[in-house]
Design a protein around this ligand. Structure first.
Ligand code: CA
Length: 238
């Protein structure tokens, strides 16, 4: 089945250019020129991926992303790549924190955009495949102290309290839990979490580690993810 991509961009020329390039690559493409239309379309149709501009009239891209995350079950939310005209770190962090799988700064080379789309679609396919093949039940949870991660249910809890993670945060935590007591390098983690042909910034793992710590370590007052200076990260068995 061909991937169906929603392009949300109010600059008509850029939207048209991206649409033509994507169609040339064999994708099916729909377009929205403002945040409200984008939200309506995402609620009524299931897209394979959404390219979402941040600066939009009416409802901005981050707000669209937050609302779609609130309205839909996690498995129904398509991967979102944010387009941002600004190169501000805050925008990127806010975007990733709101649940985007990636971001790209305008102006961008179309080849870079296409590469990121391929990675995001592949990652989404892997998540669905994993979800379908792993067995159910508590025995299959990955645990650390009060924390449990259920791959099948895509669920993480600490002392029974549910923790909401983005797909990449979930993959990162799962990778660290599966490799307990083994120090994982940033490169290895990047490959596992973002795919081997990821072309974005390499410090993205540090950003996700920070998100995980703010959602788990800080909230439950534990020191789960250890930094090994100059090497990477590890979760140690207690
Ligand atoms: Ca715009």
């Amino acid at each position: 089945m061909e991937a169906h991509i929603l392009v949300v961009e109010d600059e008509e020329k850029l939207a048209r250019f991206v649409e033509l390039e994507l169609m040339h690559e064999g994708y099916r493409v729909s377009k929205a020129a403002n945040g409200r239309d984008a939200l309506d379309m995402m609620l009524s149709e299931r897209y394979s991926l959404v390219l979402l501009d941040i600066m939009l009239p009416g409802l901005n891209g981050l707000e669209v992303l937050r609302r779609i995350k609130n309205e839909q079950a996690l498995e129904d939310v398509p991967p979102v790549i944010l387009l941002t005209a600004r190169d501000a770190v805050m925008d990127k962090v806010a975007g990733l924190d709101a649940g985007a799988v990636d971001y790209i700064t305008k102006p961008f080379a179309i080849e870079e955009l296409l590469a990121r789309i391929r990675v995001a679609l592949k990652l989404q396919g892997q998540i669905h495949q994993n979800a379908g093949s792993s067995p159910v039940g508590d025995a299959d949870a990955l645990c650390w102290q009060g924390l449990s991660l259920h791959e099948k249910k895509h669920e993480v809890r600490y002392d029974g309290q549910e923790i909401t993670l983005t797909n990449r945060e979930f993959l990162l935590l799962k990778t660290l839990l599966e490799n307990r007591d083994i120090v994982m390098s940033r490169d290895t983690l990047l490959e596992r979490v973002c795919g081997y042909d990821y072309v974005g910034e390499t410090n993205v793992i540090d950003v996700y580690i920070r998100f995980l710590r703010s959602k788990i370590d800080e909230v439950f007052d534990v020191k789960m993810i250890q930094t090994v200076r100059g090497v990477g990260y590890v979760i140690k068995s207690e």
